[in-house]
Ligand binder design. Structure first.
Ligand code: HEM
Length: 142
């Protein structure tokens, strides 16, 4: 999965056009729990705080797309922490689908095929990096 400069620009431009991040996050979680109810019990905390955390982290990632290597360690840590919450690779797929759905819901016809492909490529890259980090066993030579 690769991310072209065009993909990066499209993702950054569309994310900048989100007018109500809280609503986007709310619709995202509604959709996630609808399409994959096994994700719901993993969330133990306050969902309004969770919506803010999700959107803030997405903003950091989107703003760093031009310098991906600078955020790889943070994505790897995020992936490892998520494995401890019980998040599986299958859950990462569900989250990707719910995210694309919520974006399409927010943008309507402006969410063209090209925009969708750009978001799918960006999410795919982040998810792959997170999942790979979570599946690596730590080596502890004695
Ligand atoms: C780009 C993808 C994602 C981003 C940016 C993201 C962001 C976050 C952030 C910032 C937190 C706060 C705690 C921490 O930093 O470890 C968190 C917690 C959490 N995330 Fe994610 N996440 C992503 C993917 C996922 C996926 C695929 C799942 C699967 C269902 C998931 C489920 C959870 C759960 C269960 C928690 C803990 C909630 C609690 O404390 O009750 N996240 N996420």
């Amino acid at each position: 999965m690769s991310l072209s400069n065009e993909h990066k620009t499209i993702v950054q431009t569309t994310f900048g056009q989100v007018t109500d991040a809280n609503l986007l996050a709310r619709r995202f979680y509604e959709r996630l729990f609808e399409i994959d109810s096994s994700t719901k019990p993993l969330f133990k905390g306050d969902m309004s705080a969770q919506r803010v955390k999700l959107m803030q982290t997405i903003a950091v990632v989107v703003n760093s797309l031009n310098d991906l290597s600078s955020i790889v360690p943070a994505i790897q840590s995020l992936g490892k922490r998520h494995a401890t919450y019980g998040v599986t690779p299958e859950h990462w797929n569900s989250v990707g689908s719910a995210l694309l759905w919520a974006l399409e819901d927010a943008f309507g016809e402006a969410f063209t095929r090209e925009v969708r492909d750009a978001w799918a490529a960006a999410y795919g890259l982040i998810a792959q990096t997170a999942i790979a980090a979570a599946s690596v066993e730590e080596v502890n030579p004695q």
